[in-house]
Ligand binder design. Structure first.
Ligand SMILES: *Cc1c(COP(=O)(O)O)cnc(C)c1O
Length: 410
């Protein structure tokens, strides 16, 4: 019955043909694209060709001949439409963590350049991703600022309380999947003169994001989750065009220089988004990301969001009544593209599922997390995953002591 309905939904799915463009092992239901997206066929072929035909044949000339030098901008311009940014406002390179440092340090400097003299407060929430919190702490120490951390529901009140220089948030909570109202919070921050830094790691690629209409100041995001750029793929930095002249990248490096090959001893920031660059681009990783972005060409993100709703809603419906607690909001408009379930032995449950071909992941202390990437996950996969979960819980397969042994990476 449920399988029939899932098949019908898949047959009517306009995104269904995209699945064939991914390399997915047979018999596996991959619900961890929010941790590491799978390779695309395009990316695998492209990487092999780049090694032999560019690096291997044209060697150092490739910087010019194959325009490796401006890859951070070319790939940035391909990510831009996924986040509603104009061409020339997104640059690719470094990790999300490093880009957070640039954005947060840059935000405090921008705020001070507006003449504020009081201590800069960086406001965030307790649910933010640990690396985001660590970088905020480091920036606060280095810049003489202060981090204020409140519950996700207390942000607007904290903004009204005053003093906030920078509102720094992740749009979709990596643990629970809760979606922040980015336009509303950005507007509330602007009301009190604060600069916004959004981390789009768990939202870009699975829902329409519009930094332009929301008037976001700065944003960062990850290349290896829903963008499928490969392990350690470079991240991206967005700077609103209206701020580009004033944005100062706290990591001054030669590729962010106005004329890197003048080898001048004095630092002069490049015009435009190029000032967000630091050092030599990670060419192979960036070309893999570039190729991976091919699958997004002509994809309507409203359709992606609609399918994400449909997949997550079906999964929630099927796991309701099982011996787990739903931590993700039930209202589809309030969540990203994942469903998180709490179970006291969540780690072993995730391991037992993996042993049965259903790959999710675990987030401490007790959350089993399932990401539904609409470009390659089908409704029949959702049914498979839910049935396997029911079997693991009913059989108590998770009690096997072998499954409780922790791997270093979860
Ligand atoms: C995945 C993720 C990161 C990852 O940072 P890296 O520097 O790429 O390791 C950062 N922030 C958030 C919110 C993430 O989800």
């Amino acid at each position: 019955m449920t399988v029939d309905r899932a098949r019908e939904l898949d047959e009517a799915d306009p995104l269904a043909p995209l699945r064939e463009r991914f390399l997915l092992p047979p018999g596996v239901v991959y619900l961890d694209g929010n941790s590491l997206g799978p390779p695309t066929v395009d990316a695998a072929e492209r990487l092999a060709a780049v090694v032999t035909e560019q690096w291997g044949r044209d060697l150092v000339r490739s910087w010019n001949v194959h325009r490796w030098v401006d890859l951070p901008h070319r790939v940035g311009d391909r990510i831009a439409p996924l986040i509603g940014a104009p061409a020339g406002s997104v640059v690719v390179g470094d990790s999300t963590t490093v880009n957070l440092y640039k954005a947060l340090g840059g935000a405090v400097d921008l705020w001070r350049s507006e003449g504020h003299r009081r201590t800069a407060v960086i406001l965030t929430d307790t649910a933010n991703f640990p690396t985001d919190l660590y970088v905020m702490g480091a920036v606060a120490r280095r810049w003489g600022a202060e981090v204020r951390t409140v519950e996700p529901t207390g942000l607007e009140e904290a903004l009204e309380a005053g003093d906030v220089a920078c509102l720094a948030l992740t749009q979709v909570d990596y643990r629970t999947g809760r979606l922040h109202d980015l336009p509303r919070l950005t507007a509330a921050a602007h009301q009190v003169g604060a600069i916004t830094v959004w981390d789009l790691s768990h939202s870009a690629g699975v829902m329409p994001v519009d930094v332009t209409s929301a008037d976001v100041d700065l944003a960062v995001g990850c290349g290896y989750k829903y963008l499928n750029g490969g392990p350690g793929a470079p991240a991206y930095l967005y700077v609103a065009p209206r701020l580009l002249d004033r944005f100062s990248n706290p990591i001054a490096g030669w590729f962010g220089h106005a004329a890197p090959f003048d080898f001048s001893a004095e630092f002069r920031p490049a015009p435009g988004i190029a000032r967000g660059r630091v050092g030599t681009p990670h060419v192979l990783s960036m070309l893999a990301l570039d190729a991976a972005l091919d699958v997004f060409r002509d994809v309507d993100l409203d359709l992606v969001r609609a399918k994400s709703h449909s997949l997550t809603t079906l999964f929630i419906e099927l796991v309701d009544g099982l011996d787990v607690e739903l931590v993700t909001p039930r209202d589809p408009d309030l969540r990203g593209s994942q469903v998180s379930l709490r179970h006291p032995n969540g780690y072993a449950v995730v391991q037992a599922l993996a042993a049965r071909g259903v790959i999710g992941d675990f987030r401490a202390p007790d959350v089993a997390r399932f990401g539904f990437a609409p470009l390659y996950i089908r409704h029949v996969d959702v049914v498979d995953a839910a049935r396997t979960l029911a079997e693991v819980l009913e059989s108590e397969a998770w009690r096997d002591p072998e499954l409780a042994r922790r791997d270093p990476v979860t």
